[in-house]
Design a protein around this ligand. Structure first.
Ligand code: GRF
Length: 211
């Protein structure tokens, strides 16, 4: 399958997916990496892996609609089967999300539906939670609200601060994102018309599959 990855920053999740393709875990290829930020380190990772890079600076557009339309045109020129949001820090318009419905994944650093939005690690610690984690979900119009596919819980230690917890969650991300992409590319992971997620023919609970 053909994949387009959208990034805004470091791209460590992009790297994990590049590595999983190189090792044969994922049966797919990254057709292009798109960044809304020039100079994002993830672009260097793409360059090193021989993947075409696209930069579309959102600041050059006067509306989200026109920015998203430009992205759609660039993405669709590669005819991707899957769009992977990997630290892409722009809110997407409903038209963009609908266009890629069922074939766009995101990773979020919390056990959704808990802690949508930013600063999830600190919020989980301050709430006194014993577990935090990350979720790969299909993207729908609700921000961080699309149906989960895979979740990886990470224990919160008494000694944790936001940074130490973030590091361990990031490591978990680097395992579950390649796994989700692997399953999607093997046609084992699907978003059903009902809005539920199916893995190997079984409908998942609203938390997704827990690792
Ligand atoms: C990750 O924490 C991910 O959960 C969030 O953005 C961050 C991206 O990190 N959506 P990286 O650019 O893949 O290193």
């Amino acid at each position: 399958k053909s994949i387009v990855v959208l990034i805004s920053g470091s791209g460590s999740n992009l790297q994990a997916i590049i590595d999983a393709i190189a090792s044969g875990q994922i049966n797919g290829r990254i057709a292009a990496v798109l960044s809304n930020k020039e100079g994002a380190f993830g672009l260097e990772r793409a360059e090193k892996a021989g993947i075409p890079q696209i930069v579309i600076n959102h600041q050059a557009f006067d509306s989200r609609e026109s920015f998203d339309a430009a992205m759609m045109e660039a993405i669709d020129s590669h005819q991707p089967d899957l769009i992977v949001l990997a630290g892409f820090m722009r809110i997407l318009t409903p038209a963009f999300v609908r266009h890629y419905q069922g074939r766009m994944l995101n990773i979020h650093p919390s056990l959704l539906p808990k802690y949508k939005g930013l600063n999830t690690h600190l919020r989980a610690i301050e709430a006194g939670d014993s577990q935090h984690g990350c979720t790969v979900h299909f993207v729908t119009e609700e921000l961080d609200g699309g149906p989960p596919a895979l979740q990886a819980p990470v224990d919160i230690l008494p000694t944790d601060n936001a940074d130490s917890l973030q590091q361990r969650v990031h490591s978990a991300e680097h395992k579950i994102y390649p796994l989700a992409v692997e399953l999607f590319c093997a046609d084992r992971l699907k978003l059903l018309a009902s809005g539920a997620v199916q893995l190997d023919g079984s409908t998942l609970t609203p938390e997704g599959f827990q690792l």
